[in-house]
Write a protein that binds this ligand. Structure first.
Ligand SMILES: C[S@@+](CC[C@H](N)C(=O)[O-])C[C@H]1O[C@@H](n2cnc3c(N)ncnc32)[C@H](O)[C@@H]1O
Length: 227
């Protein structure tokens, strides 16, 4: 018996290092922890969620696949109740603003041994900006398409250095080439967002505020063919 993940969660699972103490924050049904254990990636996972209902769902999954002893559950607002000896931190399926907020409240994650796997549904800008301005670097980004929508999954580590970049990087990262359909879709979505912010501000006569978005649009170069 195995568990079939959505393409989005499967892409995140591919980035998880093996044999590490792992947490899945915002686990809901606990499918990702179950998949990781059933596929031999780790046998020490905490399925964490802020809601009791989602944790009950996760407990049902653990029972259904007989994974007791390998997955525990934890009622936790973000990383607040998570043990600091955790080495793999996964946060999927939340907005990027919330992901950045959760990371910002847990000082203990600033450690070279800790690896982050982050899959923002929206506002990936906020995730990249938080990471780069708080001593983390992004080593890998993977793109996927799930139920018609394109997503990025971000892998990052801490080294304490200042990795601050410009807004263009925070919107697009530096790994999307536009060669796959998922990358194309992701880039297009980001361009539409920046363009709509630019147009909205211009229409409200806020040319100075719009200039920030205009500068990002200047950088899109050959990607404008995607539109
Ligand atoms: C849309 S579900 C995502 C489930 C799964 N991670 C996925 O990607 O398919 C979001 C989950 O995050 C949980 N959540 C929201 N805010 C949270 C927080 N601050 N800390 C922990 N969990 C949170 C919700 O209760 C919900 O179960």
């Amino acid at each position: 018996m195995n568990i079939v993940l959505t393409e989005r969660l499967r892409t995140a699972a591919e980035l998880v290092r093996s044999s590490r103490k792992t947490v899945d924050v915002g686990t809901d049904h606990g499918y990702l922890p179950a998949f990781l254990v059933m596929n031999g990636v780790t046998d020490r996972v905490t399925a964490a969620d802020i809601g009791k209902g989602p944790l009950e769902n996760a407990e049902k999954t653990i029972k259904k696949y007989a994974l007791e002893g390998k997955i525990d559950t934890c009622l936790s607002d973000g990383l607040m109740e998570i043990s600091p000896d955790t080495e793999e931190i996964i946060i999927c399926g939340m907005g990027g603003t919330l992901i950045a907020e959760i990371l910002g409240k847990a000082e203990w994650i600033k450690h070279e041994e800790i690896h982050l796997v982050l899959q923002p549904m929206t506002h990936s800008y906020d995730v990249r900006k938080f990471l780069c301005e708080n001593g983390f670097y992004i080593d890998t980004e993977k793109f996927c398409t799930d139920t018609g929508r394109d997503y990025v999954v971000i892998s990052a580590y801490y080294d304490g250095k200042d990795h601050s970049r410009d807004d263009f990087y925070y919107y697009f990262g530096n790994q999307a080439t536009g060669e796959t359909e998922s990358e194309k879709g992701y880039i297009k979505r980001q361009i539409f967002y920046v363009k709509s912010r630019f147009d909205g501000l211009m229409m409200s006569g806020k040319a100075e505020d719009a200039a920030v978005f205009g500068k990002v649009l200047e950088g899109i170069g050959k990607w404008s063919e995607l539109l």
